[in-house]
Structure formats: structure tokens, C-alpha cells
Design a protein around this ligand. Structure first.
Ligand code: ZN
Length: 132
């Protein structure tokens, strides 16, 4: 594998908390009101420096969506997911947009949110065990 090509963003940047790679801009936030099972998450109109995993159908609180996990291109950490298709008409606005989990990214001022304690322990365990 070659060295990944990493784009540098300018502005108020959200970056990977593990390696600092730029992932998205504050200006591209479509919603801050998202929730993942690990806590708060933001919906971005676009993200940079991610690789997209395999699409799968996922049943969420808001209905069935086709989503794909997204990973930091530099360190391979799972940072959120991308909506490819939403079945419900009211959820169509999410298509093509990406969710970054807030506790996996650093804010523009370097702020870091912690997930719920259980999720944090789960994440630490998975890191200890070598999974991401
Ligand atoms: Zn990273």
C-alpha cells in the first residue's frame, strides 16, 4: 500500500482524534442533532480524507437506510458512516451525507467529547485487542 493522499482543509476543522488528519469543516455541518449508539454525532454535507467501506442495510431509529462505514484514510479508524440511500421520504436529505461520531473527532478548538463511559471502555478494550 502506498502512502495515502491526504488533503489539507482550511477553516474550522474537525480532525481524526487518533492521528489529526483533517476530516471535515464546521461550515459543512448539516446537523448537530444526530445520535449514534455511542453518543453525539454530527451530519456533514461532505467529508475529506476518508475511505468508504461496504454498503449495508441498517435499521435505524429513523427507518431503514443503506449506509457504509467511513474510515480515516491515514490511520484506518472508523470515524462514522455515510448515508447512501434512505427509504423514508423524510430522510432523503441524508443521502450522500456523512455522520462523524463526535467522540472520535477533535473539534476546531481541539475539544474532545467523551462517549458514555460504557462506550469508552468498549472502545479502549477494542483498541487493546487490536480491533478498530
Ligand atoms: Zn486518523
Amino acid at each position: 500500500m502506498g502512502r495515502p493522499f491526504v488533503v489539507t482543509l482550511e477553516g474550522k476543522i474537525y480532525s481524526c482524534k487518533y492521528c489529526g488528519t483533517h476530516l471535515a469543516l464546521s461550515d459543512d455541518i448539516a446537523s448537530r442533532a444526530f445520535q449514534s449508539r455511542n453518543g453525539r454525532a454530527y451530519l456533514f454535507r461532505k467529508v475529506a480524507n476518508v475511505t468508504v467501506g461496504e454498503s449495508e442495510e441498517r435499521k435505524m431509529l429513523t427507518g431503514i437506510h443503506i449506509v457504509a462505514d467511513i474510515f480515516c484514510v491515514q490511520c484506518g479508524s472508523n470515524v462514522g458512516w455515510k448515508y447512501e440511500t434512505a427509504h423514508e421520504e423524510s430522510q432523503k436529505y441524508k443521502e450522500g451525507k456523512s455522520v462523524l461520531e463526535r467522540f472520535k473527532i477533535l473539534g476546531p478548538d481541539g475539544s474532545l467529547y467523551w462517549a458514555s463511559p460504557e462506550a469508552h471502555i468498549g472502545e479502549l478494550m477494542s483498541r487493546v485487542l487490536g480491533f478498530f
